[in-house]
Design a protein around this ligand. Structure first.
Ligand SMILES: NC(=O)c1ccc[n+]([C@@H]2O[C@H](COP(=O)([O-])OP(=O)(O)OC[C@H]3O[C@@H](n4cnc5c(N)ncnc54)[C@H](OP(=O)(O)O)[C@@H]3O)[C@@H](O)[C@H]2O)c1
Length: 290
């Protein structure tokens, strides 16, 4: 049995679907029992647990051969640094208490660095807390998700703008589809290495301008690319609805990216193959059904 946290999200959902497709037993961990019904219908066992509650989370992981864990962003946290470190500690505490022997953690490129990376430093903290929990840890350090365009959809749909938080929209950047990450997670759960390891993961390469062009094509409407220089980043994110503290954290992340300190430094490297247009077509379909 494999426990999948964040099963109603991108990567957890993709991992669980892939495991079920291969006939593997899945325990789908949800915080809202109503969201478990579809997973039960798909053949999964369902466990209800919040990532902020160690005992119920430990119960959800207990008895499993492996677990997928992630650190979701708590947009509402008044103190994002304290809140995400606390959630990471709770997850690691649940892993320790459950004695699950192998954990695949969704981490990020740059998580080898302790600081200066914005929210990625919480993933550094989570990776280390899991290693200290006495289980075998496979850290999947992903680059940009192709689905990150979802965060820009407000500006895209309301104003026909595609904002780019960088000096240039023409920097080639690897971007991976979350379905590919889920596939890798499923593989790693089924066939773990002999010891803890770090797996770097990236995908096909695009510039932000190419992303805007592909998005414009699937939505069937023109989009204007607008680059936002560093002094305007925080204000633009707050205008887009993010709380100021979280906006400052993301400024730290984009800064780290511009300084080139986010590099692949894992034990091995895998590349997803799904191309961006396919991901965007799925996204456009989900918009049209809203
Ligand atoms: N975006 C990128 O480019 C990028 C790059 C590298 C790494 N990452 C990592 O990927 C993570 C996001 O992964 P994703 O896109 O698969 O996530 P996602 O789609 O945002 O889904 C988050 C999942 O976590 C669940 N969740 C949130 N808070 C919870 C809580 N307190 N208790 C129980 N469940 C909770 C959500 O459940 P509900 O359905 O109930 O809300 C949902 O299933 C980021 O946080 C970051 O660590 C992102």
């Amino acid at each position: 049995m494999y426990a999948i946290m964040g099963v109603t999200g991108h990567v957890g959902g993709a991992a669980a679907r892939e495991l079920l497709r291969r006939g593997e037993p899945v325990r789908a961990v949800v915080r809202d029992p109503a969201k478990g019904a579809d997973w039960a219908a798909a053949g999964a066992r369902v466990a209800v647990a919040d990532f902020g509650h160690r005992e119920t989370l430990a119960e959800a992981l207990r008895g499993c051969a492996g677990a997928f864990v992630l650190l979701p962003t708590d947009v509402a946290a008044a103190d994002p640094d304290a809140a995400h470190r606390a959630m990471a500690d709770t997850i690691a505490g649940a892993v320790r208490e459950s004695q699950v022997p192998h954990v695949v953690v969704l981490s990020s490129i740059g998580a080898d660095l302790a600081d200066g990376t914005g929210p990625i430093r919480w993933l550094h903290h989570l990776e280390n807390a899991l290693r200290a929990a006495g289980t075998q840890v496979t850290a999947v350090r992903s680059g940009h998700f192709q689905e990150k365009v979802e965060l820009l959809l407000g500006a895209v749909l309301d104003a026909g703008l595609y904002p780019v938080f960088a000096e240039s929209a023409d920097v080639p950047t690897p971007m991976i589809a979350t379905r590919d990450i889920g596939g890798v997670v499923a593989d790693l759960l089924r066939t773990p290495a002999h010891a803890s390891e770090v797996v770097d993961l990236d995908g096909p390469i695009y510039t932000e301008r190419q992303v805007a062009e592909e998005l414009s094509a699937v939505l069937g409407r023109p989009l204007q690319v607008v680059t936002i220089a560093r002094p305007g980043w925080a204000a633009a994110m707050v205008d887009g609805g993010l709380p100021p503290q979280l906006a400052e954290e993301l400024v730290g992340l984009y800064d780290a990216e511009q300084r080139g300190i986010l590099q692949l430094r894992g034990d091995r490297h895998l590349t997803g193959r799904t191309e961006l247009p396919e991901t965007l077509r799925h996204l456009a379909k989900s918009i049209s059904t809203i």
